[in-house]
Ligand binder design. Structure first.
Ligand code: PEP
Ligand code: MN
Length: 344
């Protein structure tokens, strides 16, 4: 941390700042220049609250040297992290292919979609049992019955399952069924929920909030890591923009940006990012080209009957086509895909 003093700061003000630094068990190094005086602060930066120095008389600015997302930062862990989801590796050169319907709707529907995405090369099955809907009158999900169906279908097809939890009181329940817990975009800054999933050891798929910055996303990951759960996978799923042609703005630059800042794997979700089946394949491939560690795509075999996100669902045959392209791209970039069908 560096504290920059105002050009007219008095000796008394400088002394006061130094005493405040030392009272926090940190070391202060004073450096007087012709025009500016600065104080270098040495010690554990996590204990240091810049705001409390910013307000002191004579202080012009306070600059952090280390990022506030200490555990999530690339410095904390120079090698990329690999997250293990019941036999599927994500990150460190391993690509995840997550697919399934937006919501679990029935055992029959889940079975037909799972069989199709498995055959197409998906290695993790998704499906929401608790759905975050803008309207309280929209389909809210099957709850525990949906979790059971997802679990049974995943087991039948040899696929780990990922599903969303929205309520901290339901973490224990979802944890019992799921191999990976999803925190949806709308809950990215639900700090109570982040703390609860941080108390588990389950891999967490943390989706970027629709109005969250990249640093906000990393700070949310930090909440989970700080509780002792190192298994966090980030997800770029688009942010709000002014355009109405796409559902969100797919921020492909967030992928290499997160990779530069953090060791955590990051996947892309072109389904929610674009909201349009015709744009999903191009954005999926762009994500992989940008270095994503996985692609998350919603698939439905009868979108007109889908209870949520039907308009953005790929048909199974469309998924099979993009999955084949993703595999080619993975090969090009030397990425492995674990747990492919028939590869047990
Ligand atoms: C979902 O995965 O179905 C979902 C609701 O995603 P998001 O939180 O990214 O909108
Ligand atoms: Mn959805």
């Amino acid at each position: 941390m560096i504290i920059i003093l105002k050009s007219g700061a008095s000796d008394q003000q400088i002394d006061h700042v130094i005493r405040r630094v030392e009272s926090m068990g940190l070391e202060a190094h004073l450096s007087r220049g012709t025009f500016r005086t600065i104080i270098g602060v040495i010690g554990d930066e996590s204990q240091f609250q810049p705001d409390r120095f910013q307000v002191l008389p004579g202080v012009a600015d306070v600059i952090r040297v280390l990022p506030p997302y200490k555990l999530a930062s690339a410095e904390a862990h120079p090698q990329p992290s690999v997250v293990h989801v019941a036999g599927v590796q994500i990150g460190g050169g391993n690509l995840a292919m997550i697919a399934g319907p937006c919501a679990v709707e029935s055992a029959e529907r889940m079975e037909s979609i799972a069989a199709a995405v498995r055959a197409a090369g998906a290695n993790i099955l998704r499906g929401g049992a608790f759905k975050p809907r803008t309207s309280p009158y929209s389909y809210q999900g099957m709850g525990e019955d949906g979790l059971k169906i997802l679990r049974e279908t995943g087991d039948k097809h040899g696929m780990p399952i990922v599903t969303e939890v929205m309520d901290p009181r339901r973490v224990e329940l979802v944890e019992r069924y799921a191999d990976m817990i999803q925190i949806g975009a709308r809950n990215m800054q639900n700090f109570v929920l982040l703390t609860e999933v941080g108390n588990t050891k389950k891999p967490v798929l943390l989706k970027r909030g629709m109005s969250a910055t990249i640093v906000d996303l990393l700070m949310s990951a930090e909440y989970i890591l700080a509780r002792g759960n190192p298994n966090v996978v980030l997800c770029e799923r688009g942010v709000k923009g002014f355009d109405t042609v796409t559902r969100n703005v797919f921020d492909v630059a967030a992928v290499p940006a997160c990779k530069n800042l953090s060791h955590l794997p990051i996947i892309v979700d072109p389904s929610h990012a674009t909201g349009r089946p015709d744009l999903i394949p191009a954005c999926a491939l762009a994500g992989v080209a940008a270095g994503a560690d996985g692609v998350h795509i919603e698939v439905h075999d009868c979108p007109e009957e889908a209870l949520s996100d039907g308009p953005q669902a790929l048909l199974p045959e469309q998924y099979a086509e993009v999955a084949a392209q993703i595999r080619k791209m993975a090969e090009l970039f030397g990425k492995k895909i674990s747990n492919l069908a028939g590869s047990k």
